[in-house]
Design a binder for this molecule. Structure first.
Ligand code: GLN
Length: 495
């Protein structure tokens, strides 16, 4: 699309209009968008068309439209975080990543659906109804960023932004047949991403190809003085690595298969596709080595202490005074505590309340060392497991998620079963390292997409792009076409 715009094959206004038309046709069925920003997107498109016509030098992605997960704040469009508590709230400022999209001349199509405050693996915890998987609308699109992944898979948006705290970019990528990248912690500014768990959260690209992710990552990444955890590294070389990797040569690359993340509990079809990809990479010259990360068996437990602890603190600001919803208590005096209680009772959904309670408990005096303290120690052990593994190999691989997309409603009443879907993605967040999920073919049982995860050492995101692009090229050689070309046609209907 960027090339078509540069060559004047079509204008950004035409391209943006085509995506808005597609959204109007299929989003009634998918519910990937919480807000569509037609007018502003078209105005931005026209303005970039004018700048191009005037001969201005433009960014590579100038004029290409994009969708933004609705937990990233935007001026002029509502930001709900998928919660009733923020219904109708408008941010007075743009997230840094949004400022960068606008500066590059990228029209913002709208805001995508998510699990409330990014808590979930299915987008069913959205206060605004679930998103459906474009491969099969009875299935979930993953979560929390199911809206961004479904929008990109269904060709409603060429690119999207997501956030990944425990897998919310990668797992939706896996179950929708798209590419999702969680950059190194600190590699992309979190300024303006409503915080879920600040030491784990990271914004990243949701796209259809590895090269698309590289282009977007280079654009949104890099230092931001407004985020105190922002790295000083400039995100360079990612696009070059993706282009170079596309030759499909893996000679000399040492690929580690994480023993703890591929055996029992993984769907047979997911495992079969994973084994095939290992073979494909071996044929392309890679050396496949099994590595063990014994502390990973505690990762999920540690995550579900650290994440709720940080979330309970981050969500304390939603008090009925400063943002969005205010509910008055029934009967009795309207004291600040009672207004706060009534607002939070009405505004937060069940999953959010569950995690606030968990986190508050884990942080309370008397339990702090036993729970939060132990979880932090486990976090260090997981980092050490990764360090040891990366001494033996260049990159680590696993299936992104243990299963393909499950049915809507299937795990809604069983939080633990839902949490288990993140078993393979969570260790990267605990260690701060970058990860990518790639389409890895359809599982035989249900003809639904499965994903392959690549993990690299911190600040070595470039390896994901080189090796990811190589595997993508090998897959296309094998399949004859990108996986998404097999997406069933969406029923068009009234939105
Ligand atoms: N599904 C995970 C959770 O529920 C991850 C969420 C995320 O990455 N935002 O916590």
């Amino acid at each position: 699309m960027a090339r078509g715009l540069a060559d004047s094959d079509f204008s950004s206004a035409e391209l943006t209009r085509a995506h808005l038309d597609r959204i109007a046709a299929v989003d009634g069925q998918l519910n990937a968008f919480l807000h569509v920003n037609a007018e502003e997107a078209l105005t931005a498109a026209q303005s970039v068309d004018e700048r191009r016509a005037a001969g201005e030098e433009l960014a590579e992605l100038a004029g290409v439209p994009i969708a933004v997960k609705d937990i990233i704040v935007t001026v002029g469009q509502p930001t709900t975080a998928g919660s009733k508590i923020l219904e109708g709230w408008m941010s007075p400022y743009d997230a840094t990543v949004v400022t960068r999209l606008r500066a590059a001349g990228m029209p913002i199509l709208g805001k995508t659906n998510l699990d409330e405050f990014a808590m979930g693996s299915s987008t069913e915890h959205s206060a605004y109804g679930p998103t459906r998987n474009p491969w099969n609308t009875d299935r979930i699109p993953g979560g929390s960023g199911g809206g961004s992944a479904a929008a990109v898979a269904a060709f409603e948006a060429p690119l999207a932004l997501g956030t990944d705290t425990g897998g919310s970019i990668r797992q939706p990528g896996a179950v929708t047949g798209t590419v999702g990248v969680k950059p190194t912690y600190g590699g992309v500014s979190r300024y303006g991403a409503i915080a879920m768990a600040s030491s784990l959260d990271q914004i990243g690209p949701v796209t259809r190809t590895v090269l698309d992710s590289a282009l977007l990552h280079e654009l949104i990444g890099g230092h931001d003085p407004r985020d105190s955890t922002s790295l000083t590294d400039e995100p360079t070389g990612l696009v070059d690595a993706a282009r170079d990797g596309a030759k499909g040569d893996l000679s000399g690359v040492r690929i580690g298969v994480i023993k703890e993340l591929s055996g029992e509990g993984y769907q047979a079809g997911v495992r079969a596709r994973f084994e095939e990809s290992l073979e494909l990479m071996r044929q392309a010259g890679a050396e496949i080595i099994e590595v063990s990360c014994p502390s990973f068996s505690y990762a999920l437990g540690a995550y579900y202490l650290i994440m709720p602890s940080e979330a309970s603190s981050n969500l304390a600001k939603f008090d009925g005074v400063r943002f969005g919803l205010r509910t008055l208590p029934e009967g009795g005096p309207e004291t600040i505590e009672r207004v706060m209680g009534a607002t939070r009772a009405a505004g937060f959904g069940e999953e959010v309340k569950r995690r606030i309670i968990l986190g508050t408990y884990a942080l309370s005096a008397g339990y702090y060392d036993a729970y939060y303290g132990s979880a932090q120690k486990v976090r260090t052990l997981i980092q050490r497991d990764f360090d040891a593994a990366f001494e033996q190999v260049d990159i680590l691989v696993s299936p992104t998620a243990p299963t393909t997309a499950f049915a809507l409603g299937e795990k809604l009443d069983d939080p633990l079963a839902m949490y288990l879907n993140d078993i393979a993605t969570i260790p990267a967040n605990l260690a701060g390292i970058p990860g990518m999920s790639l389409p890895n073919g359809l599982a035989e049982e249900d003809d639904m997409p499965s994903g392959l995860q690549l993990l690299a050492p911190a600040r070595q995101d470039v390896r994901l792009y080189r090796i990811g692009a190589a595997l993508e090229a090998l897959h296309e050689g094998q399949w004859g076409a990108p996986l998404l070309s097999r997406l069933p046609e969406q029923a068009e209907g009234e939105n």
